[in-house]
Design a protein around this ligand. Structure first.
Ligand code: BTN
Length: 320
């Protein structure tokens, strides 16, 4: 038995005696103690009080599978969701399943992602109960080459999802970061595969920080934030709303491309009309004023040569 069954009992933040926990799982008190240590090792402090037992320092917001299913029944798209306690990376696992024939609109959600992947070989760090880490498989009739702009449309879907909880000041950074107060709130990793002329599929991976405990921010290189607020939404409805929002955006993207989402993306563009640099390759950097995005999702920069379009690279604000 891993630590999650125990965590589900401790999630209420109340005291549970070692004896009652042992009885619930048919484990000795020593075996419970070992798992408590593993929980602490995963970054969740546990209080131990003689005569009372164990309790988490704070209640833990784990995903409620039943509530998720109920909320998803209201969605435009019927997702087939698999909720795992632990995995290496939801993108890696769903890519494997996609190649093995997993159906369209499969979703894979993981409570603890041990080796989350970000763009350009970076790592995506997350903790237990702190954020959302999930991937969605979407099959397209067109070739993978026609999916440029998909990650921007997904950004719009996620901005809409968090706005539904009152976070209507989340912004987008090209090509697919979510920013809150200028700091990274979420990231999108899209991996596509398919025939030259279609069909194709995309595994759309989303990492969203909900809470940002110090232990987690210490593991993240760049400034990152969560939806820190008195009214921070619980993860289950947030996940359901994110999936439903994707279920609204993706079919429209499949029919019409990024075009219908372009104006909304630009309204949310964090660096619109700011001076930026775009590192395209080790020895190639473009510089200009961010002038929005094109209908195919290309970044538009106003440079000395006029409006130029870019399809890849790492964007930074230009230091003053
Ligand atoms: C980035 O900002 O670089 C993209 C981060 C994407 C992280 C998510 S978490 C769920 C999914 N599984 C992964 O391994 N990565 C994506």
């Amino acid at each position: 038995m891993g630590v999650f069954p125990l965590l589900r009992l401790l999630a209420d933040g109340e005291f549970h005696s070692g004896q009652s926990l042992g009885r619930s799982f048919g484990l000795t008190r020593a075996a419970i103690w070992n798992r408590v240590r593993a929980i602490e090792g995963a970054g969740l402090p546990v209080f131990k009080v003689r005569g009372r037992g164990y309790r988490l320092a704070e209640p833990l917001d784990l995903i409620d599978a039943r509530a998720l299913e109920a909320a998803l029944s209201e969605c435009a798209v019927r997702f087939s969701v698999d909720l795992l306690d632990e995995c290496e990376s939801t993108n890696t696992a769903l890519l494997e399943r996609a190649h093995a024939g997993a159906p369209h609109a499969s979703a894979l959600v993981c409570e603890l992602q041990r080796a989350g992947r970000g763009r350009r070989g970076s790592r995506w760090q997350s903790g237990i109960g702190t954020g959302l880490t999930f991937s969605v498989l979407w099959r397209f009739e067109e070739s993978a080459g026609s999916l440029s702009g998909l990650s921007l449309a997904v950004g719009v879907a996620m901005v809409r999802a968090v706005a539904a909880f009152g976070f209507d000041h989340v912004q987008l950074k090209w090509p697919n970061d979510l920013l809150l107060g200028g700091q990274k709130l979420g990231g999108i990793l899209i991996e596509v595969s398919g025939d030259h002329l279609g069909p194709s599929f995309a595994v759309i991976g989303i990492g969203l920080n909900v809470r940002m405990p110090r232990e987690l921010s210490g593991r993240i290189e760049r400034a990152a934030t969560g939806l820190e607020d008195a009214t921070v939404p619980s993860r289950t409805p947030l996940l359901a709303r994110s999936l439903c929002s994707l279920g609204e955006v993706l079919p429209e993207f499949a029919r019409l491309g990024f075009g219908p989402f372009r104006d909304e993306w630009i309204r949310r563009h964090a660096w619109q009309e700011r001076m930026v640099t775009l590192r395209i390759a080790e020895d190639r950097v473009a510089e200009g004023t961010a002038a929005g995005v094109a209908e195919d999702g290309a970044l538009l920069l106003r440079t000395a040569r006029g409006i130029e379009r870019f399809h890849g690279g790492e964007l930074r604000l230009k230091e003053k």
